[in-house]
Design a protein around this ligand. Sequence first.
Ligand code: KG4
Ligand code: ZN
Length: 338
Amino acid sequence: MRVLGLETSCDDTGVAVYDTARGLMAHKLYSQSRMHAEYGGVVPELASRDHIRKLLPLVREVLTDAATTPADLDGVAYTQGPGLAGALLVGAAIGRSLAYAWGLPAVGVHHMEGHLLAPMLEPEPPELPFLALLVSGGHTLLADVARIGNYRILGESVDDAVGEAFDKTAKLLGLGYPGGPAIATAAEHGTPGRFTFPRPMTDRPGLDFSFSGLKTAALTATQGRILDAHTIGDIALAFQEAAVDTLVIKCQRALEQTAHTRLVVAGGVGANQRLRARLQQLGEQRGVRVYYPRPAFCTDNGAMIAYAGAVRLGAQQNRDDLTFGARPRWSLTELESP
Ligand code: KG4
Ligand code: ZN
């Protein structure tokens, strides 16, 4: 089965062709981050308009790269939610229309299921069941994954997502958007120990997260100080250490509770090298194997949508009718196994 995947949930236009027999055949990403950087964050209306401009040209390029014509395809998958309503509607409308014009089935994919399954595109994919840590700009959650489509949420953020905290702290430090990579780079030159930020919600039982306090701690640290490169690096380092430490503590707790021997880390913050190193260490201590997508597939991409779409289209019942819609809010727990 060969599927065209479209991702337009936020500020990245991603397109890919995945074939269940041959694997990933082509993928391309157009990032809008330069456009949004001017405003310090994603402007939803601009995001929608840019998806309209970029999506079809990208589809043409990816089909050419994959040496694939519409006649070679077996379906079209698009991100149906969660995400920005207007941005999602662009992908849904174009995806559904292409499928209709080409006489193919279409399926709306859950963006977070896409992230969660992204490690399946790697040469050594994880077997099920596993514990999943999903860390993106919109979500922070730990899920017990028994089967594809069967996601039990063990804990999630009660306020900001960890990626959002990275982005807001970066903005505060004048580091620009997207904040995650900017904080990580600034932290490389930071002096350990000059600032220490809290590890929110680690002093009580449970697997929920809270990251809004961390951003406030960073704000307090900036007050009354000249924000020179040294201070920015020191705050960035203290922030990254606190955020990573919090995620590692909760992962350790979840592994103890579930006795899983596989941990899958996905979503944009999963590209963070410090987080990867610390989770690797935790895995080695506990005899747990840690799986990641390649860094380019940690952040939003079309490949994960094409893959998740192929899984769902492969099971005949997961096909959309001719209506389509966006689901800006959509919990992973509402999904069913394909
Ligand atoms: O998964 P993603 O591309 O989009 C969402 O679904 O939200 O995640 C984007 C988030 C942003 O908040 C970005 O700052 C963060 O992932 N991010 C990082 C890194 N690369 C991206 N955070 C920390 N370190 C990174 N290297
Ligand atoms: Zn995402």
